[in-house]
Unconditional design. Structure first.
Lengths: 136, 136
């Protein structure tokens, strides 16, 4: 487990680390996963540090899912994937890697996709595509 | 794709098929998955038929996630799993099997769990455990 000081997402929110932003408001940041399971794989992250679903305030979690739906709609318009997975992992046993609550919104062409490493140019392009198609 | 008439979840909501209920209100039904990935694996299902995240009304989806959080908290109290996965699949390519929107709330002990088939007695027992620990 990580405290807020060492937390990668807290550092992204603070502007100490770069990210491929898709959406931002006062409460959340949506950005590309840099090792996506599918092209356009987006993470919706609260700006305040909460570890997981047991820890986070209800209203903030609901806002994250409100934004996740907007991201899914934008992915559909921008990329037209065959499917979209929305997932939120709590605890290492459930696949959580960064212990700062986040929802994954993952464009899928098949159920058996693996993570890959797109170039910075590809990430920049897909972030812009989703951003331009996101209607709030 | 299935229309509401043939939809398994619509038939459960209508009382035409049985289920292991964990929670119910005017808008949603939470019940055990009968082929769970983890003990206590629960599905939160809207009573009205919507196919997926692109189709469902925002307020109803948010209520489903409000209930999913309560179910996760109840699973933690009742079963104390190492982790909890919350997942919502849209389209066969994303693993959706029943084309009526639903959120999975899955107690996990490891990331590599497979579906299994508990006895009716086990399902009855775990549904009651979660129900008794659910605080709304």
């Amino acid at each position: 487990m990580q405290g807020p000081q060492a937390c990668v997402f807290c550092r992204v929110v603070a502007g100490e680390l770069p990210s491929y932003k898709v959406y931002e408001d006062d409460w959340v940041l949506a950005m590309l996963d840099i090792r996506p399971v599918g092209r356009g794989h987006t993470l919706v992250v609260p700006k305040q540090h909460f570890e997981d679903v047991l820890d986070i305030e209800e209203d903030l979690m609901l806002h994250i899912y409100r934004v996740a739906k907007k991201v899914a709609e934008a992915q559909k318009r921008a990329l037209n994937p065959a499917g979209i997975g929305i997932a939120q992992n709590n605890g290492a046993a459930a696949g959580q890697i960064i212990f700062h609550f986040h929802a994954h919104v993952i464009p899928k062409e098949s159920v058996n996709q693996n993570r890959y490493e797109p170039s910075p140019e590809e990430l920049t392009e897909v972030a812009e595509l989703i951003r331009k198609n996101l209607v709030t």
